[in-house]
Every structure is written in structure tokens, then in C-alpha cells.
Design a protein around this ligand. Sequence first.
Ligand code: B12
Length: 210
Amino acid sequence: MAKYQELADTVFRGDAAKCRELSLKLVDGGAGPIEILNEGLYVGMAFVGDKFKSGEMFIPEVLRAANAMHESMDVLRPLLTETEEISKGTVVFGTVQGDLHDIGKNLVCMMLEGGGFNVVDIGVDIPAEKFVEEVKKNKAKVLGISTLLTMTMPSIDDVVKAVRADNVAKDVKIMIGGAPVTRQYADLIGVDGYAPDATGAVDVTNELCK
Ligand code: B12
């Protein structure tokens, strides 16, 4: 809708202060928080995802856009009532034990938030049991596992086995990624999804949550 287009454009440009100002203006004008999210913020972030995918936007710009979106979310959050379901589902996301790389993970988490998911980022160097515990605690629909090191790739399999062995956590959908990870590896260890990048991760998560 036209009245949300300016907000979507502002997210795209990564102007956090303007995002806050426009969100407050829309709220004052009677717009609902869900509409603002769906028609403004998510539209802007989807555009960011497209441009990142096509190589017309780079990591710092994506991070700036995500930050601008967060600024608006701060305005909207207190207005959302408990009954309003703003999230498409919870995604628990972490980097495996032994691996400290988090730039890619952070980027994927931000794009997932921009795509309408509630993201619980559990950090780096995470042991398998902690993944299981967080999936259960957060009633996650999807578990995202990242690694950048060839050496720690087997740890992904350890997490998958631990999750599948747990009576409560076992049905969560598992998506994996990170530079050394391939679709073949994902097929080999029997996970539900794989994506090579952050925009792909949003598409896969949407599929897994259908
Ligand atoms: C930055 C960096 C570091 C930083 C990390 C800082 C941080 N906070 O993350 C520091 C300096 C700490 C570091 C340390 C090391 N690093 Co390092 N590092 C890199 C570097 C240069 C960039 C990684 C990065 O951030 N890329 C940008 C992000 C956006 O891309 P990305 O992580 O691939 O993520 C994207 C996708 O993979 C995908 N994705 C990622 N996770 C997930 C998860 C899911 C579920 C999905 C769907 C998608 C997905 O989406 C992301 C966004 O599009 C890479 C080289 C490279 N060019 O990749 C080496 C690299 C990863 N590092 C490497 C190594 C060897 C190390 C060290 C072992 C070095 C050492 N001898 O100490 C240590 C390991 C420390 C540890 N225990 O983890 C090697 C790994 C080789 C290998 N295949 O095993 C690389 C490839 C460099 C090289 N060519 O040798 N590193």
C-alpha cells in the first residue's frame, strides 16, 4: 500500500532515525502494528534480500537495513497485544562447537527476522546438548546450524543426532549452512534444508514452516 512505501524505502536505505520517525507517524495516524510490519518493514527487507542476492547490495548495507528495521520494531513492539501473532514461527540459530565465526550467522538471523520469523540466536561455539535444550525451551519450528570450518562440519551431524534422539526436540525442522557446507552434505546427514546464503535461508525457512 502506498502509505507504507516510504517506510519500506527507508528500511532499504538503512536510515534508522527516519524509520523510527515514520513508524511513529504511521502509528499516530492510526495504522496498526501488524500492517506496518507486513506492508512496510517486511516489504523493505524483502527488497534488500533481492538486491543482496543479485549482488547489487553488500553486507554492510544489509546490516544497516536490518538495524533500521529494528529501530521501527522498537516502536511497534509495545503496541502488539499478546494475542497478535506477528511471527511466522521461532527459529533457533547457532554456530557449532569449536567454531567462532558469526558474521554469516548474524546476517542470516537478521534476514530471517526481516522475513517475519522470531529468531533466537544462541551464539557461537555451541555444544550439541545446548542446541537441543534451546529448541525445546523456545518451541522452535526450525533449527538453523552454521559452521565455517571444514574441521567442525562433523559437529553439525552431532547436533542433528542429538536433536533427533530427543523425544521432545526430534520433530524440529533442521536447516544447515556455512561456506564449506553443501547440498550433498545436507542430503548425506538427512537434514530438512540447506541454503548457500541468507536470502536462500529465508526461502527455505518459509518452505519448512508451511
Ligand atoms: C572473518 C573470518 C574470521 C574471523 C571471524 C570473525 C567473526 N566474528 O565471525 C576470525 C579472525 C575470528 C577467524 C578465525 C579463524 N578462521 Co576464519 N575466516 C574469516 C573469513 C575471512 C570471512 C568469513 C565471513 O564472515 N564471511 C562473510 C559471511 C557473510 O559469509 P559466510 O560466513 O559464509 O555466511 C554466509 C553463508 O555461508 C550462509 N550461511 C552461513 N551460516 C549459515 C547457516 C544456515 C543455516 C544457512 C542456511 C546459511 C548460512 O549465509 C551467510 C550469508 O550469506 C573466512 C574466509 C572467507 N572469505 O569466507 C575465513 C575462514 C572461514 N576462516 C578460516 C580459518 C581456518 C580460521 C581459523 C582456524 C584460523 C586460525 N588458524 O586461527 C580461525 C578459527 C577460529 C574458530 N575457532 O572459529 C578458513 C576456513 C577453512 C576451512 N574450510 O576450514 C577460512 C575459509 C579462510 C581460509 N581461506 O582459510 N576467521
